[in-house]
Design a protein around this ligand. Structure first.
Ligand code: HEC
Length: 162
């Protein structure tokens, strides 16, 4: 006897429910997938590529700026550490992005900014933010997405003017 699942019951008893069981709309989109290959394909597509990692990076970068604005260096360091993981997760999915990520961001800038963000000196912390900003923007130029730099994230979020 075939395994009776919630989806198959719905399929046979309610014609309209077949829609809810369509591959990408089903609540059990992984459990009900026909095989592991399909499961992995669905996960891969759902997890996205480098832009998904940049989406997280974007959010945390804003929160990093906010943390410095409210004078909370611990929170700034916290987001800076998560930004590193997000970028590494991004190039795990898109290895072509690793060389510039490492050379322009992670190898030298990241540890220097990490140390400076924890400083007692407010100016040192803001200088670190501006160094991080330059590294983000430099990688966008190197990766042929310079248009990313022309948005409020980069034009408005800067160190406070004296
Ligand atoms: C590999 C070098 C690299 C580094 C380092 C990098 N980016 Fe990006 N960023 C990219 C690329 C490439 C894209 C476009 C991704 C795509 O089209 O799949 C992108 C896209 C973005 C986007 C648009 C994301 C979206 O789809 O919503 C934002 C925002 C962004 N980056 C912010 C940042 C910030 C902030 C930093 C620094 C903390 C940063 N990036 C560091 C390469 C980089």
């Amino acid at each position: 006897m075939p395994k009776v699942t919630r989806c198959s019951v719905m399929r046979t008893t309610l014609a309209w429910a077949a829609l809810a069981c369509a591959p990408l709309a089903a609540a059990d989109w992984l459990v009900e997938a026909p095989d592991d290959t399909t499961r992995f394909e669905r996960l891969e597509s759902y997890l996205g590529g480098f832009s998904a990692a940049m989406w997280e990076t974007h959010h945390r970068y804003e929160l990093l700026h906010e943390a410095l604005t409210v004078d909370n260096p611990e929170l700034a360091v916290y987001h800076w550490e998560k930004i590193k993981s997000a970028i590494q997760g991004g190039y795990m999915k898109r290895p072509g992005r690793q060389a510039n990520s490492d050379a322009l961001f992670l190898d030298e800038t990241w540890p220097a900014v990490h140390e400076a963000l924890a400083s007692d000196d407010e100016e040192t912390r803001w200088n670190a933010f501006m160094r991080a900003r330059s590294a983000c923007m430099g990688c966008h130029v190197a990766e042929d997405v310079e248009f990313m730099n022309r948005q409020r994230l980069f034009t408005d979020l800067t160190a406070p003017e004296d």
